[in-house]
Design a protein around this ligand. Structure first.
Ligand code: PLP
Length: 431
């Protein structure tokens, strides 16, 4: 690689490496078009807007989506929800998590993964991520106490967790596993769909996700009873069970719940988006590979290792610099080159994806003066774990050195080559 002089960097007045525009939104959202319109108009024309009833002889879009999603992912049960947060809360409750329990959750995830635990009245215990930026199995082991009931493992930024290790730990300690697949829809680990390993897998169809209806979610589940409990909780407590007013079919089926149902309008958009998933995954993977091949040996940067590279959905390129103080100038130089890059952790800039910024958990904020779940009298099998901003130093260290660039399926070869060129150009001077 030729040496780039400092003056040639765009930030110092040199020519930009990337002259094509960056994409304004995310990959699924960019595709919203005729198919989505057609599906939504069918719902409006039929006036069938609620999944459980409406004019006769109309098939529920939500039901069809569940059927097709389950088949695509290879799971026996799928439940559509209004969000991934609703999916996570329903899954935790459905798996029997509640007062007195601790749930170990990854320290690098959108805050919702942790908020769901608190909403389910359990105490979150935040764990380290390793260099893959997914939960560190060794730290799960360290953080297990007699009160630990479940793990929330997050396939973060497209990359699968080490599911062999996670499932082995869960088996050894008899823990429930809830997979947060919000950012990795369509990803796999050793050929098996993410979201099908644990007791429940929760997906998001929020606007910034691979496929989207603006809002929406899904739970995958392998077990009929667990599915029925999750289904009941998401629907005010079994309101729309097959036999609505019947006695419970098994102990623990009937209890009060919330309403996280998916609307037929969302289901309609998602049917069209689901059809686009394979194309979007292929595009992101192609683009990732094209950039990766050009930067993987660049001195001064190290691409994020991936537990199973074939299963990565490739929503982004992340690479490490060797010192945190290099990240800001590197990112600023990349932006000047025309690449929408970002650093990830900066102690001074709040970001709800990094546990140290989760003020509500660090300070054990609750909506009333009663400090439920933190002072729960049922939590009596182990001392109350207090989460603190410095409890996971490795996580902060990794995140403080990482640079992040979004990848969308719609990027052209030229876009990819220019991104790689910009990274290499900046690395020559600043890495
Ligand atoms: C990892 C992760 N988990 C959970 C969520 C929550 O998803 P939703 O907005 O659908 O509730 C998100 C959304 O950003 C996320 O990125």
């Amino acid at each position: 690689m030729s040496e780039v002089l400092k003056e040639q960097l765009a930030i110092n007045g040199g020519p930009k490496a990337k002259t094509t525009p960056n994409f304004p939104v995310w990959t699924g959202a960019l595709e919203i078009g005729e198919e989505e319109k057609k599906q939504v108009l069918e719902v409006l024309d039929s006036k069938y807007l609620f999944r459980y009833y409406g004019p006769a002889n109309v098939k529920s879009k939500v039901k069809e989506l569940e059927k097709r999603f389950a088949a695509k992912m290879g799971a026996p049960y799928a439940l559509a929800t209004s969000s991934c947060t609703g999916a996570l809360i329903s899954a935790l409750v459905g798996c029997g998590v509640g007062p007195g329990d601790e749930v170990i959750v990854s320290g690098y995830t959108f805050f919702a993964s942790c908020a769901a635990v608190v909403t389910a009245k359990a105490i979150p215990v935040i764990a380290e991520v390793d260099e893959t930026l997914t939960i560190d199995p060794a730290d799960i082991e360290r953080k297990i106490t007699p009160a630990t009931k479940a793990l929330v493992v997050v396939h973060m930024r497209g990359v699968p967790c080490d599911m062999d290790a996670v499932m082995a730990i869960a088996k050894k300690h008899n823990l429930k596993v809830i997979e947060d697949v919000a950012q990795s829809c369509g990803g796999t680990y050793k050929g098996k769909a993410l979201g099908t390993f644990g007791d429940a897998g929760c997906f998001s169809f929020q606007f910034h996700k691979i496929i989207t209806a603006g809002e929406g979610g899904m739970v995958l589940c392998n077990d009929e009873r667990t599915y029925n409990r999750i289904m009941g909780y998401h629907d005010t407590g079994a309101c729309w069970r097959p036999e609505r007013y019947a006695d419970e079919r098994f102990e623990g089926e009937l209890f009060c719940g919330s309403n996280y149902r998916m609307s037929e309008l969302t289901g309609a958009v998602m049917l069209a988006q689901l059809d686009r998933l394979d194309y979007l995954l292929a595009g992101m993977r192609r683009n990732f590979k094209r950039i990766y091949e050009q930067i993987k040996d660049t001195p001064g940067i190290k691409c994020r290792p991936v537990n199973d590279p074939d299963g990565d959905v490739c929503v982004c390129m992340m690479f490490y610099l060797d010192a945190p103080e290099k990240v800001k100038p590197f990112v600023e130089a990349l932006k000047a080159e025309g690449v929408a890059a970002e650093g990830v952790f900066n102690a001074g800039i709040p970001d709800w994806h990094i546990y140290a910024h989760w003020k509500h958990v660090m300070e054990e904020k609750t909506p009333t003066e009663v400090k439920c779940p933190y002072d729960c009298p049922h939590h009596n099998k182990a001392p109350h774990v207090v989460n603190t901003p410095d409890m996971n130093p490795n996580t902060l260290e990794y995140l403080s050195r990482v640079v992040h660039i979004d990848i969308v399926a719609q990027m052209t070869e030229e876009d990819c080559d220019m991104v790689a060129k910009a990274i290499n150009k900046v690395a020559t001077v600043l890495a």
